[in-house]
Design a protein around this ligand. Structure first.
Ligand code: ADP
Ligand code: ADP
Length: 229
């Protein structure tokens, strides 16, 4: 589903690479934790999948397609198949919960009728039934992240990329968010989640890929956060 082939990304010509000769295969339906200290290259990985950045060397394939070969006019199509969730939620502050989720359907031309039917279903899936009329600031952090997940998920993307989705949440709320992501993954969506939340990683026991200074130092099935060295 996601394939990195000898990918190097250097932002500034004289700086050390943010990612250095990375090769990685993420299969359809997998759940992968991307772990590593701040600055180890996790966000760069995510930006390359979204074609927000281009590799300096090597290639990135998403669903079999080299993202570098995707023309600019087709990038929105790529991003529709790759949902994203971030630490800071990134909701539209002046729109209701319903409208935040509906927006993702409006931009792909869904009818009013389809939107009215789909949004409440998705809100129910993420545990926000009946909260469609609230404004984002009226919700807790965990609820706001659920809205962001609903928005990322409403188009049923093949891939969901989550960059520190629990970074602003307390441990109990974080676990609820993880259970939701796990459920979405079990329904078939491939998930890559960048995190340095060691408790979550240890609890979930998923594949763990560890980056240190832009290099993969560990890739384990059912791994834990801390490497045993
Ligand atoms: P992480 O997400 O693990 O914190 P990043 O991918 O954000 O890591 O950063 C990896 C390295 O690339 C860091 O050294 C960071 O300073 C550098 N970097 C990230 N984004 C940029 C950018 N837009 N311009 C220049 N350097 C960047
Ligand atoms: P309720 O208050 O009935 O429990 P919600 O809290 O889910 O329902 O509120 C969503 C309702 O608001 C939907 O039934 C929908 O008809 C309406 N609504 C809000 N925003 C929009 C919008 N942008 N487009 C269409 N309908 C909307």
């Amino acid at each position: 589903m996601i394939s990195f082939k000898k990918v190097t990304k250097t932002y500034d010509r004289n700086a050390r690479p943010a990612l250095k000769d990375i090769s990685l295969e993420v299969e359809r339906g997998e759940f992968v934790f991307l772990v590593g200290a701040s600055g180890s290259g996790k966000s760069t990985f995510i930006r390359l999948v979204l074609k927000e950045e281009r590799p300096t060397a090597g290639s990135v394939l998403v669903a079999g397609q080299d993202v570098d070969a995707i023309p600019n006019w087709k990038v929105p199509q790529l991003r529709r198949n790759v949902g994203t969730v971030f630490q800071d939620f990134r909701l539209l502050p002046n729109k209701t919960v319903f409208e935040n989720v509906a927006f993702a359907l409006q931009v792909i031309g869904k009818s009013r009728g389809a939107i009215k039917e789909t949004v409440p279903e998705v809100l129910k899936t993420v545990g926000l039934e009946g909260k469609g009329k609230r404004m984002p600031h009226e919700l807790s952090g965990g609820e706001q992240q659920r809205v962001a997940i609903a928005r990322a998920f409403v188009n049923k993307p093949g891939i969901l990329l989550a960059d520190e989705p629990t970074g602003n949440l307390d441990p109990t709320t974080s676990l609820g968010i993880m259970k939701l992501l796990d459920r979405i993954n079990r329904a078939g969506t491939t998930i890559v989640m960048a995190t340095h939340d060691d408790e979550i990683v240890d609890e979930m026991r998923k594949r763990v890929v560890e980056l240190v200074d832009g290099e993969i130092v560990r890739d384990e099935a059912s791994g834990v956060y801390g490497s045993v060295r």
